[in-house]
Design a protein around this ligand. Sequence first.
Ligand code: SAM
Length: 401
Amino acid sequence: MGKSSKDKRDAYYRLAKEQGWRARSAFKLLQLDEEFDLFADVTRVVDLCAAPGSWSQVLSRVLIKGEKFGRSAWEDKQEVLRQQMLKVCYGNTPRPTEAQDLVEDREGKAPKLKPRKDVKIVAIDLQPMSPLEGITTLRADITHPATVPLLLNALDPSYDPESKSQHASHPVDLVLSDGAPDVTGLHDLDIYVQSQLLFAALNLALCVLRPGGKFVAKIFRGRNVDLLYVQLKIFFERVVVAKPRSSRASSVEAFIVCLNFSPPKGFEASLEEPLGVGDKLSKMVKSGVQQEPIIAPAILQDPGTGSWSGSKAKPPMTKNEDGVYELSLSEDEEDARQDGRWIAPFLACGDLSAFDADASYHLPKDRVTLDPVQPPTAPPYKRALEMRKAAGGAYGKTSLK
Ligand code: SAM
């Protein structure tokens, strides 16, 4: 497929090149931020599975350079109206800085916030990533335990790997993971590998997040994904599944947004026995990480009847008559219980007037096709391309006779 037809089919692909983003994924993060205000009070971030780096670019531009994105058209209009009212009522009243930004925006300058102090951003990927200003990049596998000391060291150079500590001395506010395996097309396999990436990201997040921190990760919505939501609910006060408008409706992709990290008392993250492997969660119940024990999601639901046991348990974790500890849910979360399962709320985010990721758009005749902002440094298909070139093209020099 030519670049031009991809431009036509995918407005975000084109827009990314126009706005200087390395990948169209930048819009997903911007739309998630628009909905959840992810970057509020954030200065320390870990960006997992970050290559080619458009999420890191967003972080750099918002946190380091102080650029402002993602305000919805609706909010903008409200602000214009407010400014007009102020002008009518008070003449040339000095405007608050925020409003000044908006006006400058309309006058063609990029709106600016104050760059934040002491920003630390660490990006990790299996693939090499071209450098980005102010971002520490690591080439590593997030599923490998050796990545933890690498990350802790990148976050705090005084970290001593000999200490064997698996916790950041100076923890982070936000962990992002846009990890995706090379999709095989075998849905169950892809969903399984994706869930392993998510567990790896969660385990790293548990080691480095500060209480109250946020975790956002890509998920593929498969058959048992609701069990995963319950697992995340053990560690975060609010868990929401979000689908940004720039993520194709036809794709099983979504993002799990976990807010207010509040691990159960006594919980110690350890990659020697990571979550998602074995029965660590159930063991924690048995040995009673006391006061507030937690429960493996599998025993939240009676596998025979599909119903919840002891459903009236009250906060935060309660032992039912069978001696099983349960997660208790707030009233609105109770409403989300359906057929004996807790369904995380689902939110479509991104302005409704934004481009539709599944639509094809008309392109003006005089439009120039732009090259990608950052061509892949070492894509997995590089060797295949080299071999094809060496063989004289797709069919080889002699095979088409
Ligand atoms: N967020 C990125 C951006 O905005 O440019 C795009 C990420 S891309 C969809 C998925 C990335 O996950 C790929 O670069 C891939 O190399 C990375 N990845 C997959 N498995 C990984 C692993 N085990 N460890 C580290 N990175 C991994």
